[in-house]
Design a protein around this ligand. Structure first.
Ligand code: NAP
Length: 339
């Protein structure tokens, strides 16, 4: 494989779904381990930033170091038994393209995660989740290269410290491990998760025996299209804030003042609140501030109406978090990585 040269002064607008302008001093697309080795040999001690689909990042400044763009491809069944198949996927594959691949091959478990923008390599970092399913439910292993030593290291799912939209790969030092491939354990029999209200409403009246994974995936695509902006049309990075988890006693105090507050709890666990609802209550839904704003159909999503700078979007996010803190006493945590 011929190593790609390291490029200079690259505009990152096409490489982040917020579509904000930022310049990478050095930029290297990497399509395999040999490319990566060559890039690291030529990179010296420059600071590094690993980029996949750019769907969970907000650039608030130019990046002086080296951006390594993961473009490692390939989808392969590596093992199979009567009930399951283990599928190894290059980290640079498009996530939704992979979900469609699983359905074409009658392998199940990821159908609720249809239509999420981004790359496969980012999916365990964030432990992406939607409509009652998380990547961690099907994750087998994550292959990485340690960028400090160049050595490969494979993490089994149990070693990834997966949590609510988090994993070991989100902990410092960030950008030490370059994810090259992810292996998923998928089922040959679909077990459909339909408990989220939007999904249950959309399939109401349908005989459960008539619902299959492809249909459920189409239902979810339809719901997402109706509520979420397409990053190709309107810059955004999906949910900008995580849903806060609060202790049961804090929740009891909150609900005394706000009886209609949506909440979800596991027995003996913290109570999950809907960040979008909290933001909406503070009057932000649909508000536009300069070239950015809060999406009118989903208050969790900040959008770039065109030409917004990263700092402007971040300032809006901070104002939103401050009003939620002042009204409810809750600290909102941002989901995308801020550079
Ligand atoms: P929604 O249905 O309006 O519900 C608001 C929040 O309540 C959701 O974030 C969800 O938490 C939680 N929730 C709803 N029903 C639940 C249930 N039966 N059990 C436990 N928790 C429940 O949510 P939405 O904003 O339209 O999003 C729908 C799904 O897509 C959610 O799972 C959401 O996380 C996911 N999504 C993710 C992103 C992203 O960028 N990460 C962007 C858009 C949507 P959970 O978030 O824990 O599911």
């Amino acid at each position: 494989m011929t190593a790609m040269p390291i490029q200079r002064h690259i505009d990152l607008t096409p490489y982040n779904t917020f579509a904000v302008a930022a310049v990478a001093n050095y930029f290297a697309p990497v399509a395999g381990r040999d490319d990566l080795r060559a890039v690291l040999d030529g990179a010296g001690d420059r600071s590094r930033l690993i980029l996949g689909g750019g769907s969970n990042i907000l650039f608030t400044r130019d990046f002086d170091g080296l951006v390594i763009k993961n473009e490692i491809r390939g989808i392969r069944v590596v093992r199979e038994d009567h009930d399951h198949a283990w599928v190894r996927v290059g980290a640079g594959e498009d996530w939704d393209g992979f979900v469609r691949w699983t359905l074409r091959h009658r392998l199940y478990g990821l159908e609720n995660l249809a239509s999420i923008p981004g790359a496969v390599g980012a999916s365990p970092i964030q432990n992406i989740g939607a409509y009652g399913v998380e990547v961690g439910d099907c994750l087998e292993a994550v292959e990485t290269i340690d960028l400090t030593s160049g050595a490969p290291r494979c993490y089994q799912a149990s070693e990834c410290a997966l949590g609510y939209r988090t994993s070991i790969f989100k902990q410092p030092p960030r950008d030490r491990y370059f994810i090259t491939a992810v292996t998923f354990r998928l089922s040959k029999t679909a077990r459909l998760v339909t408990r989220y209200a939007d999904v249950a409403r959309a399939i109401e009246g349908l005989d459960p025996a008539d619902l299959d994974a492809e249909m459920l995936s189409d239902v979810i695509r339809h719901i997402r299209r109706s509520k979420l902006p397409d990053p190709d049309e309107l810059g955004n990075a999906g949910s900008f804030f995580k849903n806060p988890l609060v202790a049961p006693d804090q929740f009891a105090a909150l609900v005394a003042g706000h009886g209609d507050m949506p909440h979800f709890s596991e027995p003996d666990g913290p109570v999950k609140l809907a960040a979008g609802w909290l933001i909406e209550q503070c009057g932000w839904k649909g508000r536009r501030v300069g070239a950015c704003g809060v999406y009118p159909r989903q208050a969790l999503i900040l959008v770039n109406y065109g030409g917004a700078r990263g700092e402007e979007i971040l300032a809006l996010a901070r104002d939103i978090a401050a009003s939620v803190k002042s009204r409810f006493g809750i600290d909102l945590e941002t989901e995308p990585r801020i550079i």
